[in-house]
Ligand binder design. Sequence first.
Ligand SMILES: [Zn+2]
Length: 686
Amino acid sequence: MKKIIFIITLTFILFQGFSQQTDVYHPCLFDETINNKKSLLETEQKIQAAIQKKFTESFNKASSHGIYIIPVVVHIIHDGGTENISEAQVQSQIQILNEDYGKLPGTNGDGNGVDTEVRFCLAKKDPNGNCTNGIVRIKSSLTNHQTYQRGLLKELSFWDNARYLNIYVVKSINGNVAGYSSFPGGPPDEDGVVVRHVYFGNTGTASSSLGRTTSHELGHWFGLYHTFNNGCGIDTCTDGDYVCDTPPQASPSFNCNTLNTCSNDIPDLNDLKENYMNYTPDACKDMFTAGQKQRIQATLDTIRTQIWTTSNLIATGCDSNYIAPTNCLAIADFVTLTPNICVGNSVYFMDRSLNNPFNWQWSFPGGTPSASTSQNPTITYSSTGTYAVKLVVTDSTGSDSLEVAGYITVSQPGIGNSVSYSEDFDLGIYPPSSLTIVNYDGGVTWELDSLASVSGNYSIKINNLINTNYGSSDELVLPYFDLTSSDPDSNVYMSFKWAYAKSDPTFSDELLVLLSTDCGVNFTQVFYRTQTALVTGPTQTTPFIPDSTQWKSAFILLNNYRTSTYVQLKIVNVTDGGNNLYLDNIYVGDNITGITSIQETEFETDFLVYPNPSSGQITIKFPEKQEGNVRITITDISGRVLKNELISVDNTYQKTYSLTNFSNGIYFISVEAKGIRRTQKIIFNN
Ligand SMILES: [Zn+2]
């Protein structure tokens, strides 16, 4: 979309393997695999070097700065449930942060560590200088958060990260992750910390939490690594977490037992189970070391340099002289993630007004309805043009309004290209004119490849092996298609070949195909592969280059969308720092005739039967070679078994039967492979 800065956030390690295999609580998404998985990339090394330089310079000097105060805004992304936490719960988290980072006497944070001289202040003025309680509430399905959507989360709501620490509270993260954070020096518009509501604070929905998830994640935001990063390492100062006084630690600790997993430190000290940057439970964590404090302050003095300045504290209402009014007045504000739509489509508007108004009066010139009093209305636009949106909010003392001219743009959907479409990249022109590459983070993305190809000279690949921006997505957007141009008597489908290997058995990149029939406003996932289902070659830490046997075929039936004249398809890689993912021979069209009754929208292990109706001879076509034998069963409508045999699928991936003795009527063909049985209906009409 718009990001041009090449970033590295160390923060997003892979969740897929973890959550699928164990489905246990996952404390943090910070890259604990950084050591065995890949070396730090150049940008991250520069950031690390800058922090380290300052760290070394300041190590022997007493801190002359005093307290660093960090203005905080908390964005609560909710779906109307208990994840829409109370202001008291937010304040409990701010209090815990101040106890932990300040080692406040008599609190849980008063352990055997140091006062980092960092404090947190819930912002009292918004970026426009308005009075605020520092909390933004938005009703969005993004509350069920996937880390690759982290850019979208910030499009919902984001305050200048040079001036505010943005914290997002959500319902879930990739299923079962507690929280994650960006690292200093990452892309500004992805900066922030995301925490599940049940771990945010220690009251309300987090009453069984001690609130140290946020203390830990903010450690990353300040540039701290895990105490166990790089295992025992070699030098306790210059590798691992780059902090001398945290003893080396072989692996994360998930309980409060006393351990000593490394003996290469002198003196040989126990692992710091009490350290906030370990994975131990909240109950045994109560300290940052002096070295960690130095590193936090080095980050604040080199990278996050504006946020704690006196002028910024005054601007955000966090200076000690600011006297906040008893009540802040309501401030009207709203957002949509889809301001550009086609005629006939709808827009979901989200209220993000500040300070809890209780009445909403929307105006939507050009929309239907043209006015609404609901907090988060959905409005349909049936004519092309650009339209203003106005919101008036009211609280007990008065009202505020915001009008944005030209906020919504409605265009004609146009007519997509007729099918069929094919792209094999063999002209060597990249990107081909029919494809658009969307590289959200400006980093590693789809590229032409001449070392691997299904047939011909080229394929395209994305190099996940060198991509450390875990969770980021790269899209290959196909042109709009008019699927009404397909043969109504045949199947319309998308197919392509892919090849992939992992670099580590645990982690896997992801491959998705998304489809939109409303000009890209909403997308449906029609294909998804990760882990074993994505792999076509052996796990290797060297770049994967597939041979001719290491390609798989994807078939995606599009019959459900054949009345649409404007279908958009995109193929998406979500990186986990795995290995090369290749694509070739992308096709959208209708030249396999036959079936009418497949329910699934994808069928890697599925099959095609054609022609249908049939006059007697049918062909069962498999999308790929099947391992082992496949059982074929044909039954009539009464359930009588007419054929039942085991076959092996040959290199043509198909099997033809001559069934001319079957009488006219409906039959069912079942294919059973790898324990999965799939059935299709076929009509004989001799
Ligand atoms: Zn962490």
